[in-house]
Design a protein around this ligand. Structure first.
Ligand SMILES: *Cc1c(COP(=O)(O)O)cnc(C)c1O
Length: 392
């Protein structure tokens, strides 16, 4: 297999989609015209994959991005695109769950994933059990006759626990249970989900695929066995992505290997510096030993990314706000994976139900962007001065 830079540059650029143009161009469409009634009749049916049929089923612009994401995931059959990461998560879960089924959901999941389980899925008669992110092979004890799916997210949102994916997948496979992974942090470049046995791999392409904080996009990549249900469910839900948005996704993808390398190097440098500071109680970065599961990270992941968190060594809400407000290069805002650095206060204790979150101090999540790490470190020093002043 080629290197990551080569793979993201070449992925999805079939001559039929590009017509020789380097970045697959924007094909916008609703109506597709046919030559005759006979032609119109011949074009329908369920499998319109990669054939112009009607705008909702896509054009070469969307197919090129979907193909690219499939090519980046060895063992995958196909990819469906969604207008956000949350829409992708919802379609993936709805494609495998029915009333009466049970879902096992990791306690460190992205909060809107929890809301989906506790809201729409519950209303449909689908029960959810939340499990400890560090459960590993112990997941077998939670699998009952009604269990149909295990949802993983690794590293966990906000707290970055690294899950033992092979152990969980082995237990699930032994009982015929489908596994879904939110792979937004690592992307297939850092964690080849299907090579580890995952059935449905989900990305918020809003983050690293697009990389520029200017588009909402999601994807689910499926195995041969899980693809037909994913495709049919997504068609029935009317899911589609605008050609302009898909084009932004393709454009971002070409530089993703380069960006991820910078994000990862810079984030590790900042995290290691934070470890040396008296103002910091604990750094939750998957590559560093204080992060639960860091040994698994070094075993399974081929590299890092730019998002992690750390705990301040004391103070409360006001002192944490003083720290964040004093930063100049770190913006204050949701989402991540773009070229700009971000800092936000996060409070996992509010969400946890399987295992209570025992923090050592107020938690701050950092998205390390493409600025120079020395400048970011100087900015964080300013923040610590404000934090010390606020503590008096
Ligand atoms: C942001 C995010 C999502 C949701 O993506 P949107 O495009 O914002 O809907 C899903 N999972 C994780 C881990 C995320 O960080």
């Amino acid at each position: 297999m080629s290197g990551d830079g080569t793979r993201v540059v070449r992925a999805g650029r079939r001559p039929e989609w590009t017509q020789g143009i380097v970045n697959p161009p924007v094909w916008r469409a609703s109506t597709i015209l046919y030559d005759s009634v006979a032609d119109l009749r011949a074009s329908g049916g369920r499998d319109t994959h990669h054939r112009l049929f009607y705008g909702r089923r896509g054009t070469p612009t969307q197919w090129s991005l979907a193909d690219a994401l499939t090519e980046l995931e060895p063992g995958a059959e196909a990819t469906f695109l969604y207008p956000s990461g949350v829409a992708a998560i919802a379609a993936a879960l709805l494609s495998v769950l029915s009333p009466g089924d049970e879902l096992l959901l990791v306690d460190s999941a992205y909060d809107p994933t929890r809301n989906l389980a506790n809201g729409l899925l519950k209303r449909m008669g689908i029960a959810t059990r939340f499990y400890d992110p560090m459960i590993g092979a112990g997941i077998a004890d939670l699998i009952g006759p009604a269990t149909k799916a295990v949802f993983l997210e690794s590293p966990g949102s906000l707290t970055f626990e690294v899950q033992d994916i092979p152990a969980i997948v082995a237990a699930a496979k032994a009982r015929g249970v489908v596994t879904l992974l939110d792979n937004t942090w690592a992307t297939p470049l850092r964690l080849p989900a299907m090579a580890l046995g995952i059935d449905l791999s989900i990305l918020a392409c809003t983050k690293y695929i697009s990389g520029h904080s200017d588009v909402m996009l999601g994807s689910v990549t499926a195995t041969k066995a899980t693809w037909p249900a994913l495709r049919d469910t997504s068609f029935q839900l009317g899911q589609t992505v605008g050609a302009d948005d898909a084009w932004l996704g393709s454009r971002g993808l070409r530089t993703m290997a380069l960006r991820l390398d910078h994000h990862a190097r810079s984030a590790l440098a900042v995290a290691e510096w934070l470890q040396t500071r008296d103002e910091v109680a604990r750094v939750l970065h998957p590559a560093l030993p204080d992060c639960p599961g860091s040994a698994i990270f070094h075993r399974d992941f081929t590299g890092g990314a730019g998002l992690f968190a750390f705990e301040l060594a004391g103070g409360g809400e006001a002192e944490r706000a003083a720290f964040i407000d004093a930063l100049d290069l770190f913006g204050i805002g949701y989402s991540w994976g773009g070229f700009e650095s971000l800092a936000i206060p996060v409070d996992p204790a509010r969400h946890r139900t399987a295992v209570p979150w025992e923090g050592k101090g107020p938690l701050v999540r950092l998205n390390i962007g493409l600025e120079d790490s020395a400048d970011l470190i100087a900015d964080l020093e300013r923040g610590f001065a404000a934090w010390r002043a606020a503590r008096g």
